[in-house]
Ligand binder design. Structure first.
Ligand code: NAD
Length: 521
């Protein structure tokens, strides 16, 4: 195992050019070093605002991926024995370094992912909060104990780390999602092999370099790149004990099933269709502003974007004002000042969204605001779509059934709250929902009757802070233990229960072996 690792490190080590290399190839991160891949399969990394190729991402070879696992396995032996206090010291330091490099990280995200600079800082910040949460692991990881469970006998349950774990990330939060994964894994004593999205791996590379600077020992986090083969390698590798996945349904279901076949614990956060219910008693101005931001922010490429508005009763009349607000949003490259909506991640993604808008027209929906022909001056090759509103939508239409993942708000109209709840509960997803109302009674009923894992009351994107867990449900989540919060600690640990018997001085000694199963009274 050691020789495989040293072969890879000594022959291909690139340290002087930094983790993104010569702006030419993205490196692997193996055993604490940036490593040039020996692969001959590469993926173009493009700037979504221009479609210029920024760099090439390797599809790591089998031996490189195995070297990453070997490195994590060796590191686990020492890291898992490192005191919890020392482990969290590295998290405190990591927190400080991420703050220091916030602007650099955000600039990289904007360049590779396309979102606006302030939104990219939000991406880093929401991940940073998980690092802060990981600093609390000494309290969170505590087990259970009971003295005198039987005569002279005590039982202690410890939460112990699993071993080598893996993280597989989507493109839409290049910093936040890796930070949902590796800090919790490390703080709880595990090591991790991380596979960032091949569409924007830069932020993850910068973060592991910061982890090294923070004192995380080499090998505790390794990064491999690639697509399906890398994912399948992770699912099948016998040394990997658990997989954290965030992404779309196809990959999420596949990983959940394939990972389970080799006995892995898997948490799989998947797609969404989030409904915002607008009651006629809501504060109109505030609600329309919140809805506009939650639907079109990040060009709609958030799993918690509020992509379906259900206007209840008189709130139907607010549609023209909603259209006016959306019309005013500025579409531009993410690094341009005052941009509201950046480009979509790829040309394929743009084409898919345009196809859905076109089909909505054919299916009988109305499109009072159509951003299909949006061209941004100076960025004519970018993957831009302007804010789009599709109204008079019925639940059998494709624009309702599909997760669009673009700056497109689908609008439905109903007479009552009950009808709105029925639509929501019939939808296969359960990631998030929100209601806008001034009535506590309405809010309370909605809270209890909507079968969705994360509910906002006048909060359009109810992503819980990490002292709680991210609790998407039904079709949006496979697994039992959610990301971060207490569940995150549980996901990355297993119980070890010790029962110990220390007979008091003078306690009677059994005269002969007691052959019946001990009753322990
Ligand atoms: P994706 O599923 O295409 O990619 C995610 C990861 O899986 C990537 O690393 C990719 O390389 C890999 N992958 C993709 N297709 C695969 C396949 N067929 N087999 C094996 N591996 C595969 O997702 P994406 O487009 O990068 O991200 C957007 C999706 O992620 C949306 O559906 C969004 O709702 C979801 N998402 C969910 C959450 C959540 O917490 N529920 C958060 C963010 C994003």
């Amino acid at each position: 195992m050691l020789s495989r690792l040293s072969q890879i490190s000594s022959k291909s080590l690139h340290t002087s050019r930094g983790v993104l290399g010569n702006q030419d190839t993205v490196k692997l991160w193996i055993d604490g070093h940036a490593v040039e891949s020996k692969t001959n399969e590469w993926i173009d990394l493009t700037n979504p605002a221009t479609n210029e190729v920024i760099a090439r991402v390797p599809k790591a070879t089998q031996s490189e991926m195995q070297a990453a696992v070997d490195s994590s396995k060796i590191a686990f032996d020492k890291w898992s024995r490192t005191s919890v206090i020392s482990r969290v010291q590295t998290m405190f330091k990591l927190q400080e370094l991420i703050k220091r490099d916030m602007k650099k990280l955000a600039a990289n995200i904007t360049k590779e992912q396309g979102k606006t600079l302030p939104d990219a800082e939000g991406d880093v910040m929401r991940g940073l909060q998980v690092v802060e949460h990981a600093c609390g692991v000494p309290s969170l990881i505590q087990g259970e104990s009971l003295s005198n469970v039987s005569r002279d006998m005590d039982t202690i349950s410890y939460r112990t780390p699993l071993g080598v774990t893996a993280g597989i990330c989507p493109f839409n939060f290049p910093a936040m999602i890796p930070l949902w994964m590796f800090p919790m894994a490390l703080a709880t004593g595990n090591t991790m092999v991380l596979k960032p999205s091949e569409q924007d791996p830069g932020a993850a590379m910068m973060l592991v370099e910061l982890a090294k600077e923070a004192g995380v020992p080499d090998g505790c986090v390794n990064i491999i790149h690639g697509q399906h083969a890398a994912v399948n390698f992770i699912c099948d590798n016998p040394d990997i004990r658990a997989i954290s996945f965030v992404g779309a349904d196809t990959a999420g279901k596949h990983i959940y099933e394939r990972g389970a076949k080799t006995g892995k614990r898997v948490q799989s956060n998947m797609g969404a269709k989030n409904h915002g219910v607008i009651m006629p008693d809501a504060n109109k101005e505030q609600t329309l502003n919140q809805l506009t931001a939650a639907a079109f922010g990040a060009a709609g490429q958030r799993c918690m974007a509020l992509t379906t508005a259900i206007l209840v009763g008189e709130a139907r009349q607010w549609l023209p004002e909603l259209v006016e607000k959306a019309k005013k949003l500025k579409v531009n490259a993410g690094w341009q000042p005052d941009t509201d909506i950046g480009p979509l991640i790829s040309k394929q993604s743009k084409d898919r969204v345009l196809g859905i808008i076109k089909k909505a027209n054919k299916e009988g929906a109305k499109v009072p605001l159509d951003g299909s022909n949006c061209v941004v001056k100076g960025f004519e090759n970018g993957n831009f779509i302007g804010p789009t509103i599709i109204s008079s939508v019925k639940s059998n239409m494709e624009c309702y059934k599909e997760e669009i993942f673009g700056p497109v708000l689908v609008v439905m109209e109903v007479d009552t709250l009950d009808e709105a709840i029925e639509i929501i509960n019939k939808n296969k997803y359960g990631n998030g929902t929100a209601i806008f109302t001034t009535s506590g009674n309405t809010a309370r009923r909605f809270t209890h009757d909507a079968d969705v894992g994360q509910v906002g009351i006048n909060v359009p994107i109810p992503v819980p802070l990490p002292m709680f867990s991210f609790t998407g449900s039904r079709g949006s989540f496979h697994g039992d233990l959610n990301f971060y919060g207490k569940a995150g600690v549980q996901f990355f640990t297993q119980w070890k229960t010790v029962t110990q018997f220390w007979p008091a001085d003078g306690a009677p000694v059994e005269a002969r072996p007691q052959m019946a199963f001990p009753q322990l009274k």
